[in-house]
Design a protein around this ligand. Structure first.
Ligand SMILES: NC(=O)c1ccc[n+]([C@@H]2O[C@H](COP(=O)([O-])OP(=O)(O)OC[C@H]3O[C@@H](n4cnc5c(N)ncnc54)[C@H](OP(=O)(O)O)[C@@H]3O)[C@@H](O)[C@H]2O)c1
Length: 331
């Protein structure tokens, strides 16, 4: 095992944080059962918030950020994995409670690792990662809540981003009628229309103060934006419709009223991918592998050098990014 690793590291300074790309001593940062040479990681919204210090994501300092990682086992103290095994993981507090994947090497417990099927590359799985798992869990929940493709329009917010983009693509593959909401319709319309037959609407039209109940428009919605956008969606959801709440780009607060819930039976269901059970993950991964091939994932993602993570994080938190961002962690 080499003595030095190259990693992004977030440290606490005064009341804020500082993020640097550094050479670190492996003995200080690789102390769990399995050591992995990370081939690819990804830049999630939460990672970008942590890296830019825009929100208090990190619970323990100093910390290597990165919710997702995929790589090759180079040392194992557990017989479940051997040197040379190709593995990946998403969530489980990586980059938040424990060191994450934005590094040349990572060390994790055995029970959060999944063997990467031989036919998939590290970049394919990281093109999905936490975002893909979240989108698939939302679509799975849609199905479990009896929202069939003939139920009507399904609204997806933040549709040019990672969770929204993958959810849009999954729904189209399953035959749903999708309406994609984007805050930059001029920039994103052609990109979103390339996904298939969808309607594209402007997020800015969902920022006004909602009425108690509005005209019924959506059989379901997959929302990553929250805030005023979600407040408006709730009042426009059809009788017995369901909204799957995945993210909070506009913040955690929600001001709504009970009429949509008690007069229309609207349901609001939260999606958590980070600590979702092994059984449900496994089911979701099997479904996503069936639905999205390498070409789909390539269209939905972009690969950047790990050294460009800070600059890209600034674009993400300012709503100026498009597609899922995969990092190339090899030196
Ligand atoms: N529940 C979970 O387990 C889970 C898992 C992954 C992510 N998340 C959460 O889901 C959210 C999205 O994550 P992501 O990885 O998809 O991020 P992302 O790739 O950066 O996409 C977010 C999208 O939101 C839209 N957006 C950004 N700023 C906006 C603003 N000011 N107003 C309106 N729309 C804005 C943009 O899409 P348009 O340009 O198309 O508007 C952007 O592409 C985050 O809050 C993240 O923490 C939750």
């Amino acid at each position: 095992m080499q003595k030095k690793i190259n990693s992004w590291l977030i440290t606490q300074i005064d009341k804020g944080t500082q993020t640097d790309y550094l050479e670190l001593d492996s003995s200080e940062f690789l102390s769990n059962e399995i050591i992995i040479e990370v081939k690819n990681s990804a830049l999630n919204y939460k990672d970008a918030l942590a890296i830019t210090g825009m929100a208090p994501i990190i619970r323990k300092f100093p910390l290597i950020p990165g919710i997702d990682l995929s790589g090759v086992v180079i040392q194992s103290k557990n017989k479940k994995f051997s040197e040379g095994d190709r593995v990946f993981t998403t969530g489980w507090g990586l980059g938040e409670l424990q060191h994450g994947g934005l590094s040349s090497h990572a060390s994790t417990d055995t029970d959060i690792l999944i063997k990467l099927p031989n036919k998939y590359t590290h970049s394919y799985i990281m093109g999905l990662g936490t975002a893909g798992l979240t989108a698939m869990l939302a679509v799975l929940a849609l199905h479990e809540n009896s929202i069939k493709p003939d139920a009507g329009k399904v609204l997806v917010t933040g549709s040019s981003g990672s969770v929204g983009g993958i959810a849009t693509k999954l729904l189209l593959k399953l035959g749903y009628e999708v309406v994609a909401l984007t805050s930059r319709p001029e920039y994103n319309r052609d990109y979103l229309k390339s996904f298939g037959n969808i309607e594209v609407l402007d997020t800015n039209d969902f920022l006004g103060n909602p009425r108690m109940l509005s005209k019924e428009r959506w059989a379901a919605a997959i929302d990553v934006v929250g805030g005023k956008v979600l407040e408006n969606i709730i009042t426009e959801t059809k009788r017995s419709g369901v909204i799957f709440v995945c993210g909070q780009v506009l913040g955690l607060n929600l001001a709504t009223n009970l009429a949509p819930f008690i007069l229309r039976g609207v349901r609001l269901i939260g999606i958590d991918s980070a600590f979702c059970s092994h059984e449900r993950r496994s089911r979701a991964w099997d479904m996503i592998f069936d639905l999205l091939d390498v070409k789909d994932v390539n269209n939905l993602s972009e690969i950047i050098d790990i050294k460009d993570v800070y600059e890209r994080s600034k674009l993400i938190v300012n709503g100026k990014n498009r597609r899922r961002i995969i990092t190339n962690n090899s030196n």
